[in-house]
Design a protein around this ligand. Sequence first.
Ligand SMILES: Cc1cc2nc3c(=O)[nH]c(=O)nc-3n(C[C@H](O)[C@H](O)[C@H](O)COP(=O)(O)OP(=O)(O)OC[C@H]3O[C@@H](n4cnc5c(N)ncnc54)[C@H](O)[C@@H]3O)c2cc1C
Length: 567
Amino acid sequence: MKPFDIVIVGGGGAGLYAAMEAMKTNPSLNIAVLSKVYPNRSHTSAAQGGANAALANKAKDDTVEMHIFDTIKGSDYLADQDAVDILCSEAPKIIRELDNIGTPWSRLDDNTIAQRPFGGAGRPRCCYCADKTGHTILQTLYEQCLKKGVFFFNEYFSLSLSVNNSRMRGLLAMNMKTGKIEAFPAKTVIFATGGYAKMYWNRSSNAAGNTGDGQAIAYRAGIPLKDMEFVQFHPTGLRKSGLLVTEGARGEGGYLVNKDGERFMARYAPEKMELGPRDLVSRSIETEILQDRGFDSPAGKYIHLDLTHLGAELIKSRLPQIREMSMNFEGVDPIEEPIPVRPTAHYSMGGIDTDNYGRTVMDGVYAAGECACVSVHGANRLGGNSLLDILVFGRIAGHTAAEEAGKFEPGVISPEEIKAKDEELRSFMQSSGHYERYGALREELGQTLALNVGIYREASKISRGMDELSLLKERFKKIRVFDSSDIFNTNLMQVLELQNMLDLAETVAAGALAREESRGSHTRNDFPTRDDEKWHKHTIATLDNGTVKLGQKPVTMGRYELQERTY
Ligand SMILES: Cc1cc2nc3c(=O)[nH]c(=O)nc-3n(C[C@H](O)[C@H](O)[C@H](O)COP(=O)(O)OP(=O)(O)OC[C@H]3O[C@@H](n4cnc5c(N)ncnc54)[C@H](O)[C@@H]3O)c2cc1C
């Protein structure tokens, strides 16, 4: 294949914005987007609630500075303040740019872009398209990329970077339609492969494909990962499936209620109540359940999200998807009855370590979106800031790669390297004797993480989790793929995803054990307070002789000093 100037791995919001911006920066570039699912089906399409920007349409006194402060406070002071400045300052521009290219934002009566309140924010600044915001953004970006001549390789599964003497030469991927390994020689590669919270299996709101492939590929190529221990639990997942009920439901006025009929958030966040930040609301729900004030059912313990007082008209117009999901997956119509919910693993704050331009430590390799850690979310992301992150930093990474592609020689990938990769994959189909199956290992991985590295953590549990992960990795060596066909071998793809998750799960657990403090989404029962002296730092995970090696990196401070975080 002819070398590409830029290969973008991932067709979600980050990847498509990067592609659109790279084309705009230099229309003569040869740009490819690879995606293991059809781009419109990327997890971005599931984002319901919206994207933050201090447009001051709804609250006239909102400012970019307030957005910056809310984000830094929300991050429990672990976000890099220069990166947060970029995120929030670019926000109004990017929302308007999307408006100009056709995103159908919901409107206020005066026809300006509508905004709703979201957790941890001082003002209603979340811009939305009903409860289908991500879906509409993704459609808009996909159209633009097709129009501008980006090459799409849909249903291609990326496997590894080709690296020689620390020089990146391109990427190897499997064409799912043929099972063939294909080489993508490239001057630059941008990872935009999304998050890793699906590790938590059915305790997760994520799409099946959010398995951290890009992070694992980068990690194995020697690129460091940052703050992997920070996994956000969203307060309101549906009880049975973990599927998400957007924060917009509380933004519109929904209540959280325990089995005694109490709006228990008064105990934990008397001012913000249900609109406290996600880490705090998730811990509050978990505590209610642990202290036996939740409801019980064969599908697990839960609490109620009550929307009944909002009325049929509001629910039908502003939360139609939530109604549909509650009816389909819980058999409950939120107009009539409260929705059964519990916290669900939702977002990966950690990811590939990048600078503010999307660069990693390896020349020619960039990352953006949920798979990257810039870091703008620190220890806890605010709702509505992730769509914003993928747009702002997707655009920046696309621009940087387009500007810098000319600095690098096009890579050459040898036929021997392709053949070796093919043989590596075929070996999964040939293992004999005692073997392991995908399903069992996958489920055990999710359970181990939910039990030992979940919302509340402590040394003994995390260590147990790490031992179990080592055993799972040993068992993985005997895994067998039973489907030996070339065409859409989804069993092989799942096994490769599992391999990626097993590597990343170790970095999550190792970071969680090392970080002896409680900060943001990371809550240690044995170290219940924040320890700024020892832990106001990012953790850095690198692969060293097959195991995780942890290092640290300072947090970039700015105008805001460390403060106690209360709501
Ligand atoms: C249910 C839900 C609701 C959310 N709601 C909101 C919200 O209202 N507001 C907000 O700000 N945030 C929200 N978020 C978070 C936000 O949607 C995500 O963080 C964001 O969309 C991630 O975008 P992305 O482009 O980084 O990755 P994704 O959209 O996940 O895209 C990843 C892409 O990478 C590709 N890929 C992955 N692995 C491979 C591989 N091995 N080979 C080839 N391609 C690969 C996939 O095919 C896909 O195209 C929500 C998240 C969820 C799960």
